[in-house]
Design a protein around this ligand. Structure first.
Ligand code: F0G
Length: 446
């Protein structure tokens, strides 16, 4: 049904090893400093890097670029209503713009916000508004090798313990991130969405879903949760969101677009406040920082994203990569999540101590060995937390083929074969804001 031809901007040529070595050094052993032409398979992120369908490109050609009342915004509104069940939509330039708009309306000084696990921009926006972001994942989330089906869930008991400590009146909102990006892209069950709804009612808190990967989440529910196997992924996708009071969305993920985002709300007063805040930070409330063509592409993308045809291929691709890595003995987080395979750098490089960033060392080796770009999500990206040393290999949507997956798996296996030669790294310069240091810090081998 959909066809697509363009691909992400990584190079079609693998640079010679000495050249890769030189570029890595010039980038300060931080792959955010590499040019896309230096990269052979780019698994840095699944955000905005996918390939759009012919239908999306066609819609872009017919987009309405009016400042106010754009027809393309009407199409986006209709898609959000049909696919996600929210009729009040505030458009934004991307997901973090949506976070700024919504959390700026909901959160104030001294508040506490539980989340199954905060993504880094979510954590930063809660803090920015004077709130304290508290992660409440289930215990199984920390079991890197287990096969539990819904390791992305929120632990309601952790939230209740938090309420006992701080009082319900300090908790204005509960957030559920589906899928849970900071826990290896693991899904959240429908039962957990319902339990979170009940919890929010108990606390009189606003229930927010971070819906970036809501379609991928629905696929896992249809596959793994009792009572949902016979339903369409579109129906499940809509039902999981029906329990929420508000959603924040990045169109760069399951909007299948290169940029864009929005907030969806039910309450008319919150809608008015969100619109006013969005005018200040994002743009007028019928474009919100997007071009008309961006909204048109996302309107089509949302409808494509919830189809079985798309989701089966998408999740299948990520699983293929996981299988290929496992076959070659590369330690990964299991089960494989929705948008990425997460390597267990702690097991891959056990001799590198945590303060020498085994995850970042593995990221550098993958580039050095095969021009593959992943991202560290361990002690380099999250100092001061005790997260496991993971490296995320995120697959851009509708972009890479079997040969690319083979190349990535072979590259990782080759690094593992000579893992005892791999040394750790130390930071030589970093920005003042430690929370975002992994984007720009420079390192060198110890
Ligand atoms: N929430 C989640 C769960 C995310 O994964 C992201 C982005 C955002 C919010 C912010 O959206 O990028 O459109 O501003 N995640 C990307 C990633 C950057 O690589 O995981 P954005």
């Amino acid at each position: 049904m959909f066809s697509y031809t363009s691909a992400t901007a990584a190079s079609t040529e693998l640079l010679p090893r000495e050249e890769r070595e030189r570029r890595l050094e010039a980038a300060g052993y931080n792959v955010f400093g590499l040019a896309s032409r230096d990269v052979f398979v780019d698994l840095l992120t699944d955000s905005g890097t996918g390939t759009m369908s012919d239908a999306q490109w066609a819609a872009m050609m017919e987009a309405d670029e009016a400042y106010a009342g754009s027809e393309s915004f009407r199409e986006l509104e209709a898609a959000v209503s049909d696919v996600m069940g929210f009729d009040r939509v505030v458009p934004t330039h991307q997901g973090r713009g949506a976070e700024n708009v919504l959390y700026g309306c909901l959160i104030g000084e001294g508040d506490v916000v539980p989340n199954n696990t905060h993504f880094d921009t979510t954590r930063a926006h809660v803090s920015e508004n004077g709130g304290d972001p508290v992660d409440c994942p289930v215990e199984e989330a920390g079991d890197l090798g287990g096969e539990e089906p819904f390791k992305g869930d929120l632990d309601p008991e952790k939230v209740r313990a938090l309420v006992d400590r701080v009082g319900a009146n300090r908790i204005p909102a509960i957030v559920l991130t589906i899928t849970n990006n900071s826990v290896a892209g693991q899904p959240v069950s429908m039962a957990n969405v319902e339990a979170t709804r009940e919890l929010a009612d108990e606390l009189d808190a606003t229930f927010v879903i971070d819906a970036c990967r809501f379609a991928e989440n629905a696929f896992f529910i249809s596959e793994r949760e009792d009572g949902h196997g016979d339903r369409s992924t579109a129906e499940i996708a809509r039902e999981q969101l029906s329990h929420a009071d508000a959603i924040v969305m990045s169109g760069k993920k399951d909007g299948l677009a290169n940029v864009g985002g929005f907030v969806g709300v039910r309450d008319p007063d919150l809608f008015e406040r969100a619109k006013q805040r969005a005018i200040l930070y994002e743009g007028f409330s019928t474009y919100g920082g997007m071009a008309g063509r961006d909204m048109a592409a996302m309107a089509v993308g949302l409808r494509e994203a919830v189809t079985e045809e798309y989701l089966g291929a998408r999740i299948g691709r990520v699983r293929e990569l996981g299988d290929r890595l496992r076959e070659r003995g590369v330690p990964i987080y299991t089960p494989v999540g929705g948008h990425a395979v997460y390597l267990d750098a702690g097991r891959a490089l056990p001799h590198v101590p945590d303060d020498e960033f085994p995850g970042q060392a593995l990221v550098c080796e993958l580039y050095r060995e095969g021009g593959v770009r992943g991202v560290e999500l361990g002690s380099f990206a999250f100092p001061e937390t005790d997260r496991p040393e993971l490296v995320r290999l995120a697959l851009p949507r509708r972009t890479y083929h079997d040969e690319h997956l083979d190349h990535v798996a072979e590259t990782a296996a080759a690094v593992l074969d000579r893992s005892d030669e791999v040394t750790g790294l130390k930071v030589v310069s970093e920005p003042d804001n430690e929370a975002l240091r992994h984007f720009s810090a420079e390192l060198r081998p110890v």
